[in-house]
Design a protein around this ligand. Structure first.
Ligand code: SAM
Ligand code: SF4
Length: 328
């Protein structure tokens, strides 16, 4: 069987599948203010096209799919896409990255469709600061998280981009909230994705410093119960609780050598690396109806383009896409 292995010997078994580049929030580090240049619906891969491509990839060793965006819950019929991916032979794990604003209404349906786990973006619990970062209401997110917990998503991971002068000192409140709810907290360094991300880089905080601060307040021990999977976060555990604290440090300590993933934009463009330009467009091939063996060849060709590592630190100007386009 042909396997998806890149030129550096890394097996690609994880796909981040973006189902839309639209979003009901406007996190300043992700989407430029007033941005309207969204992909036209005719270019979105249809559920059938998604099912076909994921099916062929599953045949080549893909086992994990994370559905993301933009905000995946704003795509109409998202439960259908989740259901199709989750029932694909070979796919062992389907998760969602969401801002949770619509989870209150959709948690049960998505859980029933086969999504097991969610990652939710939440940078602060403070309503004013949440509004200034995202233009949205934090209560909706907290209601969504409560609904997701009730629906049985497990684990639930909170992703916080930590930014100097904005939410740097909200991390302790977020951690207490996670301890109370049995959630995992993961902190992310801002990345220079497109213009918006480069603005955010002015707020860059090294998570090594945040870790030192947290260690002074909490008893953080090496993680025993691993919620980690093959992802990029490095975890500590709050002693006496199930709560994990993860640090995702693409800038201060990159983790490219263990990268197992590619990203598919909602228009069918596959991006080989978050921080590099290499990509391959699958939409024309899918719409031409090429047979499976040719689609497999195209996938091998695409994976052969995967670069060894990102260059965020050396060349922050390099990536002109922003996160909502790539599928964060
Ligand atoms: N809308 C969903 C959400 O917010 O979780 C999924 C898509 S969002 C693009 C995925 C993740 O990318 C979020 O956790 C967000 O915080 C992160 N992100 C977006 N722009 C970023 C940047 N410039 N640097 C670091 N993380 C970023
Ligand atoms: Fe939307 Fe997620 Fe980007 Fe925020 S980070 S604007 S919630 S896609």
């Amino acid at each position: 069987m042909q396997q998806l292995t890149d030129p550096f010997g890394r097996s690609i078994n994880y796909l981040r599948l973006s189902v839309t580049d639209r979003c009901d929030l406007r996190c300043f580090y992700c989407m430029p203010e007033g941005f309207k240049d969204f992909e036209v619906p005719e270019h979105w891969l249809t559920p059938d096209e998604i099912e076909r491509l994921v099916g062929v990839m599953a045949d080549m060793g893909l086992s994990h799919v994370r559905i993301t965006g933009g905000e995946p819950l704003v795509r109409k019929g998202i439960e259908d896409i989740v259901g199709r991916v989750a029932s694909m032979p070979g796919i062992r794990d389907v998760s969602l990255s969401t801002n949770a604003t619509r989870m209150n209404k959709m948690a049960e349906t998505l859980r029933a469709a086969g999504a097991n786990r969610i990652n939710v973006s939440l940078d602060t619990l403070d309503p004013e600061r949440f509004k200034s970062i995202t233009k949205g209401k934090v209560d909706k997110v907290l209601d969504g998280l409560a609904a997701a917990k009730a629906a049985g998503f497990d684990p639930i991971k909170i992703n916080a981009v930590v930014m100097k002068g904005l939410n740097e000192y909200d991390v302790e409140d977020l951690l207490d909230y996670c301890i109370d709810n049995g959630f995992t907290l993961r902190m992310i360094e801002t990345m220079p994705m497109g213009e918006t991300g480069r603005d955010a880089i002015d707020h860059y905080v090294s998570l090594q410093d945040v870790k030192k601060r947290l260690k002074a307040k909490y008893d953080l021990i090496p993680a025993v119960n691993s919620v980690t999977g093959a992802g990029p976060a490095r975890y500590l555990q709050v002693a006496g609780t199930d709560t994990m604290v993860g640090f995702i440090t693409p800038m201060s300590e990159h983790f490219c050598e263990t990268c197992n993933r590619v990203r598919l934009g909602c228009d069918g463009t596959m991006y080989m690396c978050l921080g590099q330009e290499e990509s391959f467009s699958f939409r024309p091939l899918l719409r031409k109806g090429i047979p499976d063996d040719e689609l497999k060849e195209a996938l091998m060709h695409a994976i052969a383009l995967k670069p060894e590592r990102h260059e965020f630190t050396e060349k922050p100007e390099k990536v002109i896409r922003f996160m909502s386009m790539t599928g964060g």
